[in-house]
Ligand binder design. Sequence first.
Ligand code: ADP
Length: 485
Amino acid sequence: MIGRLPIRWRLTLWYGAVLAAVLTIFAATVDLLMARVLRHGTDQGLDHQVAVIEEQILQMREPVALRERLALLFHRHPAFEMQVTENDDRAWLRSEGVEKQGLPRPAVLPETPGEGVHEDVEVPGVGPCRMCSKVIETPYAFLLVQTAASTDANRKHLGELRRVFLATGPILLVAALGCGYLLARKGLAPVERMAAEADQITASRLDRRLAAPNPDDELGRLARTLNGMIARLELSFGDVQRFTADAAHELRTPLAVLRGEAEVTLLSDREPAEYRRALESMLEEIEHLTRLTEDLLSLSREDAQIPPSFEDLRLDEVVRDAFGTMTAVAAEVDRRLVLAGELAPCLVRGDRERLRRVVVNLIDNALKYTRAGGLVQVSLALRGDEAVMTVADDGDGIPPEHLPMIFKRFYRVDASRPRWGSSTGLGLPICRTVVLSHGGTIDVQSAPGAGTRVEVVLAARPAGPPRREEPAASWRSRPSYLGNG
Ligand code: ADP
């Protein structure tokens, strides 16, 4: 219930609860101290009276004169009840208030002369009292001297104090709650302002930032964090917009070519051979479009970060599988595709289809940017706890100024056109995204004319010799994540 209240109300209520607790403890402490101070004052008065009586007893040896002197003393101090008792429990002298019943015997009778004993007692006819009892040694007997004073006045003082607390406590609490609410509202006003500003930040206004009155306080830090998040959103949003624009542009070109070819072909009646040529050319564009859309789909799936279905898999089997697929392509386009040595049996944790796609893409690139008769070598080795997969060709190579850019989406090296097939500029970005999502690295070394070598490194551990049987049905039977890639 309280959790649903606005923060300023919650702060005020907490503040009120803490203040009420502090005020209660304060009042209880003052009450206790006051009671103690009052009792101490009364005890001092009683001690003084006992001392005066003791002095008289010790000064005057003659009993009759002593009795008269004490009676006068008792009479002069009506606020105290006093009594002198002989050791045989016979009351020798009492003040008027306790003339009949006398003062009660002390709970602990002081046996020998010494300190007076103080206690709370109920004196018949007087009420609750504080009493001091002391034994005095005289030459003829031990005397018990007792003085008592009513605690009524003390109780009255304490009662008044409690009434003051009870009257002022709630007023103080309400005043403090009001101040607390105002302070909480003032303190949280910048949050309201920031919320209003944040409301203004929409997809089309991501260049806006939140202002913070004090950059070093908590709200300043919050504003910095939110601004950092908005800046990252702005960047990603820009990336998405650029990607969408580039993708639209890439799709528009082959569509325009298709449309142009269709229109030109339809301008006049043509020979069947001409129609055939036109259709073949259009088919090429359609194949390029198909590949482009497949690549776009792959990238958008990678970007959407669909939870990967990782499993322990034999990387050597994945490489062999991709190698097998591409051997047929290599033969078709007259390139030599070979394994550089035995593929090291190793286990990695990953997604089989996506890793296979990486190997296929890299071999595809190597075959595309190598002249006819060129050599493409694939290898897989274990280096410590890492698997190192390389695809090396002796083809065109990449000029050094282009190397830093080749992982950017839609980036193609101007000078190098694929010698067969089509180029989308998305192959390497897909490879990089997949490898990074597997916690690995991908690196390209290349020089014009000296060929290209791409190295993929993944965390791995050794496995037994390659299995002969078909890979488990579980991944074969799963719907393909990358389409027919
Ligand atoms: P695509 O191959 O579809 O154009 P990629 O992203 O795979 O797209 O490659 C980007 C660019 O990098 C290619 O256009 C090409 O210029 C260059 N490239 C990639 N691999 C090689 C290679 N093995 N040899 C030479 N150039 C390459």
